[in-house]
Design a protein around this ligand. Structure first.
Ligand code: ADP
Length: 351
């Protein structure tokens, strides 16, 4: 059987409210797909539809070429890890990891080896005989991952697996998850998160969700460099979104003509949104120059964030190595390169 996950027009509703609206999405064998979006956008619901914990109102879910829509969760061959580690407090680590194998009636003599293998993979072999309360949050989450891997799933579902951890642990676990994925190149991973850093770091592709709908899907680089919608532009990375009028070969921002290399579906005379990343806006003159008044300066360690009012629009610029930042109220000049700006058709998100 070939692997992977496929949503075929999957809709889910609770009490008449659609919380997942006709989702079409394919996660390839061995691919890591992040479902990224704000709280309540339907990410967990999509994941639970794959696990078998919610039943679609319509549409089908496939694992490989198998239609699993009507199968109970334990017959889907899926490993799942949720935010709260959900370990059994009265069972030792090794017993927790063995639990899923026993429930699935794995041959008894195979269980110790499979448990040891999963604990080894997650760096928890030395803790096999401890109880969950004797472990840190990060260690408990590793055990939960080991338990999910012990059944050798073709599909691993991770639902905000790092959100209960503090920032330092989270970053370590991100590295660990990336390593695990390299060790398990055939396992498809669906990873629910509202954290763009997690999605950008781990995912082969990101599916951007908003209000029950899939808004965008692409590699992290594609979505960052060439977002299709304003929602994606502002949710994947930080963005200046400036309203412009499209000319021929240029756009106009408050009467000033700017050159833009990349644009989609924008006809001359129409209004559109110009997306420029703050770190690609520099101080001083350049191919596209904006003049305005400095409203605020924030020092952010690696850069100064300048907020500049340009013809009624606030432009954000992250400037590195600025020894002597101008003071609020100063007239400043900003620039950006035509190839660093993306023109978005207005209203793509208004459906
Ligand atoms: P996300 O994971 O993006 O935060 P969810 O998929 O958890 O979003 O939820 C999507 C919407 O469905 C939310 O508005 C949520 O309140 C609603 N919802 C989720 N589960 C249930 C449920 N069991 N009963 C009723 N409404 C639910």
């Amino acid at each position: 059987m070939s692997g992977g996950i496929r949503f075929d027009r999957v809709s889910v509703a609770y009490g008449g409210t659609t919380v997942l609206d006709s989702l079409d999405l394919t996660v390839g064998p061995g691919e890591v797909m992040a479902l990224l979006g704000p709280s309540g956008s339907g990410k967990t619901t999509a994941l639970r539809a794959v696990a078998g914990f919610v039943r679609p109102l319509s549409g089908r879910v496939f694992l490989g070429d198998r239609d699993v829509t009507d199968l109970p969760p334990h017959r889907r061959g899926i490993g799942m890890v949720v935010q709260q580690y959900a370990l059994f407090p009265h069972l030792r680590v090794d017993q927790n990891v063995a639990f899923g194998l026993k429930a699935r009636k794995a041959p008894k003599r195979e269980i110790p080896g499979r448990v040891a293998e999963a604990l080894e993979m997650t760096g928890m072999a030395a803790y096999a005989r401890r109880y969950p309360r004797e472990l840190s949050g990060g260690q408990q989450q590793r055990v939960a991952i080991a338990r999910a891997l012990a059944i050798r799933p073709g599909v691993l579902l991770l639902d905000e697996p790092l959100s209960a951890l503090d920032a330092r642990l989270r970053s370590g676990m991100l590295t660990e998850l990336a390593r695990l994925h390299r060790e398990l190149p055939d396992v498809s991973i669906l990873y629910v998160t509202h954290d763009q850093v997690e999605a950008l770091t781990l995912a082969d592709r990101i599916a951007v969700m908003d209000r029950a709908r899939l808004r965008d899907c692409g590699t992290p680089r594609e979505l960052y460099r060439n977002p299709r919608t304003e929602f994606t532009a502002s949710f994947v990375g930080d963005a200046n979104l400036l309203p412009v009028t499209v000319g021929s070969g240029t756009v106009s921002l408050g009467g000033r003509d700017l050159k833009v290399a990349t644009g989609r579906d924008t006809a001359p005379g129409s209004t559109a949104t110009l997306c420029v990343r703050p770190h690609l806006v520099g101080l001083g003159e350049g191919p596209n120059t904006l003049r305005g008044t400095l409203a605020e300066v924030q020092w952010r360690g690696s850069a100064h964030r300048l907020y500049v009012d340009v013809t009624g629009h606030r432009v954000k610029a992250d400037v590195r190595e600025l020894r002597d930042p101008p003071a609020p109220g100063a007239e400043v000049t900003l620039h950006f390169a035509p190839e660093d700006a993306v023109l978005l058709a207005a209203g793509v998100t208004d459906d």
